[in-house]
Write a protein that binds this ligand. Structure first.
Ligand SMILES: Cc1cc2nc3c(=O)[nH]c(=O)nc-3n(C[C@H](O)[C@H](O)[C@H](O)COP(=O)(O)O)c2cc1C
Length: 374
């Protein structure tokens, strides 16, 4: 592990606001699987939980992507208090018992201009107001790619969508409601009311998914699989289809971030790049929604690594994925899709009730004076 020096000691009063901003980072299902240990000089980040929603974190990739987003947030947040975050990723997080260690160095100059977007960025699953991938904000995102040589970004204007791309993304969205082991885990991250979301401080409000209040009314009474099956037969899946098609068509276009080597560090880097893109888009009046199932499971299907507990006919949903993505984005054979997203002109700020919560800092931070080292 390479640790840069000289690093500085932060007062607790400096760390708290920094972490408050950093933990506005996106996380899969808003489960905020991060925990911090602070000894005054080093900030250790460890993963937490995930067992309950392991199908949504297949092979730890959602965790790696969440970590990348958190690190980018943390690095940007540090600049607001004149520090640079020096990040050391653990190659074997399970063995080390942590994901990464951060030290801080004094830094002069203005904060990262994207700091202003940290609080307002959000996942927006509403319809957008078009826009164009020729907008200068996309050129700035393409420029960011230079910092991440292991990643590539492919953009497609909505006029370039292929029918098979639309159909594949819609199928991958339907999948979350048709594959029992996955649906059961999705149910664990859905919050049915603003009160429930405010009390748990994690998860995603059903209303934010845009899937209709009548389905919510039935589903929330019983999170049981047979209820989902019945709803699916009564038109729920058609609603998911309509939502996905309309959502994609309302965007400026779609983007796909790929990696050349499907290693954990590359996934973390891809998420850092994606998070910068998300912040840039937000600052430019654009909104974004990820479609990570369509990208991650396509690669798994090709390499035969989809979860065994998924029924074979469910796994087949992703069988055409790589071919569809390769054709839609002209991907060379050595690129692995990581992060598919749509982006378009924002329809305006998200209703406050739909903004996701975060755990209090005290819940995720442990002070550990013993780990202060000279
Ligand atoms: C690794 C990862 C994967 C995600 N995948 C999806 C996705 O497939 N579809 C979606 O609508 N949101 C997805 N999200 C967005 C999260 O649900 C969202 O970040 C979280 O609920 C917090 O909300 P916020 O982004 O508004 O702060 C993903 C986020 C992360 C970090």
């Amino acid at each position: 592990m390479i640790v840069a020096s000289p690093s500085v000691t932060l007062a607790d009063s400096q760390l708290a606001p920094l972490l408050y901003l950093a933990t506005r980072a996106p996380s899969a299902g808003n489960m905020q699987p991060w925990r911090f240990r602070w000894g005054g000089t080093e900030l250790e980040i460890a993963g937490f939980g995930g067992g309950e929603i392991s199908a949504l974190d297949h092979e730890g990739r959602a965790s790696a992507l969440t970590l990348g987003g958190l690190l980018e947030y943390l690095a940007i947040a540090a600049t607001t208090v004149n520090f640079a975050a020096v990040i050391a990723l653990e190659a074997e997080p399970a063995k080390a018992g942590r994901w990464a260690t951060i030290r801080f160095q004094a830094r002069a100059g203005a904060p990262d201009p994207l700091a202003a977007a940290l609080m307002g960025r959000c996942t927006d699953r509403r319809d957008y107001r078009g826009g164009a991938v020729t907008d200068p904000v996309f050129a700035a995102i393409v420029d960011d790619c230079e910092q991440y040589p292991e990643c590539r970004l492919h953009l497609r204007d909505r006029s370039e969508y292929t029918d098979e791309l639309l159909a594949y993304v819609a199928a991958s969205e339907r999948f979350f409601w048709t594959c029992k082991p996955v649906q059961q885990q999705v149910m664990k991250v859905v919050r049915w009311s603003a009160e429930e979301a405010a009390a748990t401080r994690d998860g995603v409000l059903w209303k934010a998914l845009g899937l209709g209040s009548s389905a919510a009314h039935v589903l929330k009474r019983s999170r049981r699989w047979p209820v989902q099956l019945l709803l699916n037969r009564l038109g729920f899946l058609d609603a998911v289809d309509r939502l996905t098609y309309t959502a994609l068509r309302s965007a400026a276009g779609v983007g796909l971030i790929t990696v050349r080597r499907p290693a954990r560090e590359a996934f973390v880097a891809a998420a850092r790049l994606h998070t910068r893109a998300w912040l840039r888009l937000h600052a430019a009046g654009y909104a974004l929604q990820p479609f990570t199932g369509a990208s991650l499971y396509a690669a798994d299907a090709e390499t035969g690594r989809l979860p065994r507990e998924w029924p074979a006919h469910q796994r087949r949903v992703f069988a055409p994925g790589m071919a569809v993505l390769r054709r839609a984005f002209d991907l060379p054979p050595d690129e692995t899709p990581v992060w598919l997203f749509r982006a378009g002109r924002s329809p305006g700020p998200l209703d406050r009730a739909l903004v996701t919560h975060r755990y209090d800092i005290d819940h995720v931070l442990r002070h550990d004076r013993r780990s202060v080292n000279a």
